[in-house]
Each structure stands twice: as structure tokens, then as C-alpha cells.
Design a protein around this ligand. Structure first.
Ligand code: CTP
Length: 401
């Protein structure tokens, strides 16, 4: 398996002749299982066509700060959040200079400044320009800023001379990016079970009791583990979000709390980490009518009986080497309630969402969590995208292991 499998990679192209090699780079990244989106400057498109880039990446190409970004005015931010890394190939003296000095005046430079994860720059220019003091100074600034420079090689240059400044070959760039991710495959060979989404408790054949959980938090945790090499069983209630397919993701669709209980217990037996992110119904209808219940009386009384607490059961069965993580969605006495759940369900971590926090909880793309471990150590996190929250959770589990 390639460490690039399932990775979201942003490819930036600035205007240099080496841009003719970028389609090959995109092709290689996709062959290794990565998803690619392209951000290109207007000058880059003098060397390579939008159609080529669009066809190879199977995605829209971002070239204009305003015109085509009309889906959202902060696209550079959402692209930055989407991507796991940013590869700029070729990186001209111009983009290197802008990036080193914090200038954002087009789509590529703006997206670069909005990017918080790893950036790889692949310089390409004539060797006199490459050795120009200002270019070397800018490259050094970027190195000190933690930017990965995939340095130019010696060779024949487009201007007819020979020397340093040729963009590194696409195979080698892909290899370096792959190696970078391979170092981060810290969950390979681990089996993980995650519950996500709501459950549906049938009243009759056409009606049910459920909740607003979108399943998104559990799904992004599953993706984070997969990106870091794990095999994941996702025990998933009825949801309508898209879940990218992956050979190491086993989706087990369930409907009711009872189904979720059975499947989770089954898969948890062989899992070293179990994360219960599902919003499981606490009650289910005692009687499940076959067919559609007729409207008969003014007041309809439904008898509800408690469902089984999956997490609590997992806590009872937990083995020495298992790590068990739960969620708590609270309104009042948040910390006290979360701690109580942590200990009574025998968990290693509990992730607390407060319904009082704006941007946290169900049906939103963001979340604000506080994570408490079994020693009652409390870590508070700011409001972040659910993808970033998933990374924090997985990082914390890694630290704990
Ligand atoms: N959970 C579960 N099975 C249930 C109910 C909850 O596995 N039948 C899990 C959830 O997936 C979550 C944790 O338990 O990880 C806490 O869920 P929450 O609804 O916050 O708490 P409850 O224990 O149901 O208590 P209450 O609703 O009274 O707050």
C-alpha cells in the first residue's frame, strides 16, 4: 500500500516551462491513490492547459481569485483545509519570493499563505536566477520556516544552457512526498472500530424515532485513522454524507441501536482501538407495529424501553490492550457529566462537546472539544474543522499508546 493512498494533495503550478512536467506529476500522484486538486497561476496556464489539468486531476482547476470561485469567497481557506499537503511544482523565483515575504496577490500565493500543513516547493528556473542572492535568501527563509524544498537538479535548461535550476523529476517528487507520509503511517496494522451516525428506532413500518447526527465526526475520525495506515470497521447508522471508498474501510450499515450493539460488539473483539461517536437512541419503542399505524385517538401513547448502552458494554469487556474512546454531548455541568461517563463506562478518553458552544455538535462542519483522559487530565481545544478535530483526537491516542 502506498502512503499516498487516500491523501488529498493540492498541486500548485506557477509560470515556468517546467509546468509541462506537472501533468505527469499529477498522474503519478493519482496512480498512487491520492486525490488531487490544482491551483495554477495565469502564467502557468500559458505552459499547460486547464483542460489537461482538469482531466488528469478529475477536478476543477483554481486559477482566479474571484471569477470562478463563486461557490464560496473563502475557497482558499477550504482548499487549505481539504488538503493534507501542498506541492508547488514548478515554483518560480516569483512565487518563492512572494511566499518568503508573505505576499498574497493571486490565487496560488493566497492559498499558500492560508495553508497550515506541509508545503513542498520544487524550484525551477534558469541557473543564473537560481543562484541570485535574493532567490537563495528567499529559499533559506522558507527552509527556516519549515517549508520542504525539493531542490532543483543540475541539467539541461530550457534556455539552452546547462546548470542547476531544472525542476526535479516528477517520479522523485512523488517519492519524496510519499516518504514524508510513510513516516506518518503510525497506525498501520491496527484494527479500529468506530460507531457513527444516528440510529433509527422503528415505531411502525414507516415511522421511526431518530436524531440529527450527520455521522460526519465519526467518519472523519475513520478517515484520519485510514490515512495513518489503520484498518477501520465503521459501524454506521443511516446517514446521507459521502464517504470515500477505501480498501481498508469496512462500512457496516446498521439501523437500530440493537443492530449497532450487535455489530459493534462483534467487530470490537478484534480491535485495539474503539471509538464510539454514534448518537445512539437511549430508548426504543416497546412495540413495533407491522404496517402503518392508523390514526385513531387524540393521544397516542408510546411505550419506550431503554436500549443497551454499547459503550458501557464495551467498557465491561475491555481487554488490557484495548483503548476505548467515547463522546459526551452535554448541556449543563459539562465537565462533571463527562467525567462521570468516562469512569462509569471504563473509558480511556472522553471527548466532550458542549451544546452551549457555537459551531459544535450536530449538523455543522466544525467542532469544539474538550478531551479528558482516564486520569482526569483535561485538554481544551479551540473551534476547528471536524477534520482537524479528528487529527487532534488521533494524535492524542497516539501519544497515549
Ligand atoms: N452510547 C452508546 N450506546 C448507547 C448510548 C450512548 O454507545 N445506547 C455512547 C455514545 O456513542 C457516546 C457515549 O455513549 O460515545 C455518551 O453518549 P451520550 O448520549 O452523551 O450519553 P448517555 O450515556 O446516553 O447519557 P445521557 O444521554 O443521559 O447524557
Amino acid at each position: 500500500m502506498s502512503a499516498l493512498e487516500g491523501k488529498n494533495i493540492l498541486v500548485g503550478i506557477s509560470g515556468g516551462i517546467a509546468a509541462y512536467k506537472t501533468p505527469t506529476l499529477i498522474r503519478f500522484l493519482i496512480k498512487k491513490g491520492a486525490r488531487v486538486k490544482v491551483v495554477a497561476t495565469k502564467n502557468a496556464l500559458e505552459f499547460v492547459t486547464t483542460l489537461t489539468l482538469q482531466t488528469l486531476s478529475d477536478n476543477k482547476v483554481y486559477t482566479d481569485m474571484f471569477g470562478e470561485w463563486n461557490d464560496t469567497s473563502t475557497k482558499h481557506i477550504s482548499l487549505s483545509e481539504w488538503a493534507d499537503c501542498f506541492v508547488v511544482a514548478p515554483a518560480t523565483a516569483n512565487i518563492i519570493g512572494k511566499y518568503a515575504n508573505g505576499i498574497a496577490d493571486d490565487v496560488l500565493s493566497t492559498t499558500l499563505l492560508a495553508f497550515k500543513k506541509t508545503v513542498f516547493l520544487c524550484p525551477a528556473m534558469n541557473s543564473v536566477m537560481y543562484f541570485n542572492k535574493s532567490v537563495q535568501r528567499n529559499l533559506n527563509i522558507l527552509r527556516q520556516d519549515g517549508i520542504q524544498i525539493i531542490d532543483s537538479e543540475e541539467g539541461f535548461l530550457a534556455c539552452g544552457t546547462s546548470g542547476k535550476g531544472r525542476m526535479e523529476e516528477p517520479e522523485i517528487i512523488v517519492d519524496k512526498v510519499e516518504k514524508f507520509f510513510a513516516q506518518n503511517l503510525d497506525f498501520s496494522n491496527r484494527v479500529i472500530t468506530i460507531t457513527a451516525g444516528p440510529t433509527r428506532e422503528r415505531i411502525d413500518s414507516v415511522r421511526f424515532i431518530s436524531n440529527n447526527s450527520s455521522g460526519r465526526m465519526g467518519v472523519v475520525i475513520a478517515e484520519e485513522f485510514i490515512n495513518r495506515g489503520a484498518n477501520v470497521n465503521l459501524i454506521l447508522g443511516p446517514v446521507s454524507i459521502d464517504i470515500p471508498k477505501n480498501d481498508r474501510l469496512n462500512i457496516v450499515g446498521v439501523e437500530s441501536a440493537e443492530d449497532m450493539y450487535k455489530q459493534t460488539l462483534r467487530y470490537a473483539q478484534n480491535s485495539s482501538i474503539i471509538v464510539c461517536a454514534a448518537a445512539v437512541a437511549d430508548y426504543t419503542s416497546k412495540d413495533k407495529y407491522k404496517g402503518k399505524m392508523k390514526k385513531k385517538i387524540d393521544v397516542l401513547q408510546l411505550d419506550l424501553v431503554p436500549t443497551k448502552d454499547i459503550l458501557k458494554e464495551l467498557g465491561k469487556k475491555k481487554t488490557y490492550s484495548q483503548i476505548l474512546v467515547g463522546f459526551a454531548l452535554e448541556m449543563d455541568n459539562e465537565l462533571e457529566n463527562a467525567k462521570q461517563k468516562l469512569h462509569s463506562k471504563n473509558l480511556d478518553f472522553i471527548i466532550l462537546n458542549s451544546l452551549r458552544d457555537k459551531g459544535a455538535g450536530f449538523e455543522v462542519e466544525t467542532n469544539k472539544v474538550t478531551i479528558i483522559d482516564k486520569n482526569d487530565t483535561i485538554k481544551e481545544f479551540p473551534l476547528k474543522s471536524k477534520k482537524e478535530v479528528a487529527r487532534d483526537i488521533v494524535d492524542l491516542i497516539k501519544e497515549y499508546i
